[in-house]
Design a protein around this ligand. Structure first.
Ligand SMILES: [Zn+2]
Length: 95
């Protein structure tokens, strides 16, 4: 078995370990609901991936939870529509 000839200094050891750190997770935005999502994964909020519904998010919820989640999604869409309208008005004023 190969045996190290000399002991490595703390400096050399620590310089090697300087790169062994955790990197922050890179998140992108869900195009449908705007929630932060991992790349190449379906959105856990709305269940959409690549413009299609990949899973039914509401399937495993109880009746009460379903109502709550559906309400939240509707409110989000309302906000989204309002923002879109606001942008259109802004563009109109520019022209
Ligand atoms: Zn989503």
């Amino acid at each position: 078995m190969a045996v190290p000839k000399q002991r490595q200094t703390k400096s050399r050891r620590d310089k090697r370990r300087a790169h062994l750190k955790m990197k922050p997770v890179k998140l992108s935005k869900c195009p449908k609901c705007g929630e932060p999502i991992l790349a190449h994964h379906y959105c856990s909020e709305c269940g959409f991936y690549n413009g299609k519904e990949a899973i039914d998010v509401l399937a495993k919820l109880t009746k009460r939870e379903k109502k709550r989640v559906q309400k939240e999604q509707q409110e989000k869409e309302k906000i989204k529509q309002k923002k879109a309208k606001g942008l259109d008005m802004g563009e109109m004023s520019k022209k």
